[in-house]
Design a protein around this ligand. Structure first.
Ligand code: UD1
Length: 359
């Protein structure tokens, strides 16, 4: 039996097509939600819109410091593993729940599979980078989304026989949802012209937990708003910072976080996306929508070499320069290899073969 784990918003999007494929093939599995994200806006709406089954087990861990959250997930997950004894624990991405569950399983000698393995920003100040590196070194099966994943894992001495380039399950979800998202025409709800607005998200600690850094980004958005409407659906972390510091960007439409379909709809109709998210770099590449990444590095280089993404850094002037250039001359990208809507099928093929070899 396979135990699939989700914890935070991006996990739901990556794991949904895998769960559906496991269900379609009638493969026994146990679905665990750690509760890292727990609100309707951060979790519930994704379950509804992605037709995720209700979790078999909810650990209900919630928010806290990194150590508290990671330890809390481990302590709550261990008895589940001891009782249910799965053949493999499948984790996704790079959030605290990913590492916590991988480590708990590995210590109990339960093999771990890692979805979206091998990505590296080479920036160890990012909590996600630590989670990725450690999870990869605990995993028995490593599923990569882009060629850099294989290169990075090989450079770290991981045997490539355990690495499988299956593609991107987040794009499977996008493919499935895109017709409904387009039909939703979410830009109308915000009075935005299709193809004529900028959409932005910011939530990385390095960008929003520092007042000067956050204020710098807001000044960029205010300048941009002089040229085209700017919509900013903000993560709870960012909303809290804005409130604490009394920051209120002028002319920018600031709204609470959105569900999956509405956000996908808005991305598909945007002229420009500015973000510090990992997944949005990939989704805009799949949609062919120009994206400026407000970071100094990316762990997803294929979105730059082949897609529509550009690293714009974190200083206001170069970001505005990059925005002006992108608006004047939008990049023409193409879909990376195996971002074709069938990654979960390939991944479950590998899982099924692995399970068959064990019995
Ligand atoms: C986490 C991931 C990040 C991912 C992001 C997506 C880690 C280290 N980071 O960051 O990689 O991009 O999720 O959203 O795992 N909160 C709510 N409601 C919720 C959940 C959280 O209001 O349902 C608030 C809490 O105040 C909490 C804060 O958001 O303190 C941060 O949540 P947390 O799960 O610690 O990390 P994220 O910033 O969401």
């Amino acid at each position: 039996m396979i135990c699939t784990v989700v914890g935070a918003r991006p996990n739901f999007v990556k794991m949904a097509p895998i769960l559906h494929e496991l269900q379609r093939r009638g493969l026994p599995h146990l679905f665990v939600h750690t509760g890292q994200h727990y609100d309707q806006a951060m979790s519930g709406v994704f379950f509804d819109e992605l037709s995720l089954p209700q979790p078999d087990v909810s650990l209900g861990v919630g928010s806290g410091s990194h150590a508290w959250q990671t330890a809390g997930v481990m302590t709550a997950f261990e008895p589940v593993l001891l009782e249910r004894k799965p053949d493999l624990v499948l984790v996704a991405g790079d959030v605290n729940s990913t590492l916590a569950c991988a480590l708990t399983a590995a210590k109990l000698h339960i093999p771990v599979g890692h979805v979206e393995s091998g990505l590296r920003s080479f920036d160890r100040r990012m909590p996600e980078e630590l989670n990725r590196v450690l999870t990869d070194h605990l995993a028995e099966l490593l599923f990569v989304t882009e060629p850099s994943g294989e290169e990075n894992l090989a450079a770290e001495g991981i045997d490539l026989a355990r690495v499988h380039f299956v593609g991107n399950t987040m794009i499977d979800t996008l493919e499935r949802a895109l017709p409904a998202a387009r039909k939703l025409a979410a830009w109308e709800r915000f009075n935005l012209p299709r193809g004529g607005y900028a959409l932005t998200t910011l939530h990385r600690p390095a960008n929003v937990d520092d007042r000067a850094a956050f204020a710098g980004f807001l000044s960029v958005l205010e300048s941009l708003a002089g040229e085209l409407p700017v919509l900013f659906p903000a993560h709870p972390r960012s909303l809290r910072r804005l409130e604490t510091w009394g920051l209120a960007p002028q002319e920018v439409q600031l709204i609470p976080p959105l569900g999956y379909l509405e956000f996908l709809s808005l991305m598909s109709g945007a002229r420009l996306v500015l973000t510090d998210s990992g997944g949005i770099q990939e989704e805009t590449t799949a949609l062919g929508v120009p994206c400026l990444t407000l970071r100094e590095n990316t762990e997803r280089p294929v979105t730059i070499s082949q897609g529509t993404n550009r690293l714009a850094g974190t200083d206001p002037e170069p970001i505005l320069q990059a925005a002006a250039e992108t608006l004047a001359d939008p990049p023409a990208g193409r879909r990376p290899e195996r971002w074709d809507g069938n990654a979960a099928v390939r991944l479950v093929d590998v899982l099924a073969e692995w399970l068959a070899r064990r019995v």
